[in-house]
Design a protein around this ligand. Structure first.
Ligand SMILES: CC(C)(COP(=O)(O)OP(=O)(O)OC[C@H]1O[C@@H](n2cnc3c(N)ncnc32)[C@H](O)[C@@H]1OP(=O)(O)O)[C@@H](O)C(=O)NCCC(=O)NCCS
Length: 203
């Protein structure tokens, strides 16, 4: 039997994996919990988004084919999800579905502001504190450079101390709230901090 902790960590774009399976899709769609008021619980988010994953916008960390975490990103207006209205209408009915879809599109659209944007980062519980998030972030920096960007932006919830510490250690610094933060006054978003890291100068 293989001791999985001794197998080297691998990181690949979802689009480079032979066939990303359902467990990876479930892991990726479990993110965006801050939008639960709009997208429902984990099972609902899976139904809405799993059929519309842009696998070239998701980095998967795995050992011995076991997925352990992911980092999703967005640039050039393409992020990890491009759902159509159909699943929203099926899930919530015509009127509510259309309204939720519209709000989701507005929320997604606000990210044009950021250039290269870290959309999501997650490591499964039993694999934490092994440097997997750091490795995923190093791969994110490579993706951003390859796409011609000189910085990476992100939003992190104020209360997420662990993630904030990780980003600070990786050289991200807090930036003034962006003009798009007005959305947070209209919708039940948790409070977030905007952070940014240059890729041209070392922290
Ligand atoms: C935040 C999160 C992604 C961090 O993932 P992780 O893989 O545990 O992160 P790392 O292992 O790279 O670093 C975390 C800690 O482990 C430590 N660490 C890294 N490698 C280690 C190793 N080999 N041995 C012991 N500790 C190690 C790091 O120094 C760091 O310590 P600190 O928290 O005291 O500063 C993870 O907790 C998570 O998925 N949380 C839920 C989702 C979330 O909050 N995402 C962020 C959204 S903005």
């Amino acid at each position: 039997m293989i001791d999985i902790d001794t197998v080297p960590l691998q990181i690949a774009l979802g689009s480079h994996l032979p066939e990303p399976d359902e467990s990876i899709a479930r892991m990726i769609t479990s993110g965006r919990s801050s939008l639960a008021f709009l997208l429902g619980d984990e099972a609902c988010r899976y139904r809405l988004l799993a059929g519309a994953i842009n696998w070239d916008r998701v980095l998967i960390a795995y050992r011995d084919r076991t997925p352990l975490g992911y980092a999703a990103f967005k640039h050039h207006r393409r992020g990890p999800f491009s759902p159509g209205a159909g699943p929203f209408l099926r899930e919530f009915g015509r009127l509510r579905g259309a309204l939720r879809y519209l709000l989701f599109a507005i929320i997604e659209g606000r990210e044009w502001y950021y250039g290269f944007y870290l959309y999501g980062l997650h490591v499964i519980k039993h694999a934490r504190h092994q440097g997997i998030a750091r490795s995923l972030m190093a791969a994110i920096f490579d993706q951003a450079r390859q796409a011609g960007h000189d910085r990476v932006a992100l939003e992190v919830q104020v209360k997420n101390q662990r993630a904030r510490r990780l980003y600070e250690q990786l050289g991200f610094s807090r930036v003034r709230a962006t003009p798009v933060n007005w959305l947070g006054r209209l919708l039940p978003f948790p409070a977030v901090i905007n952070m940014r890291r240059s890729l041209t100068s070392q922290p």
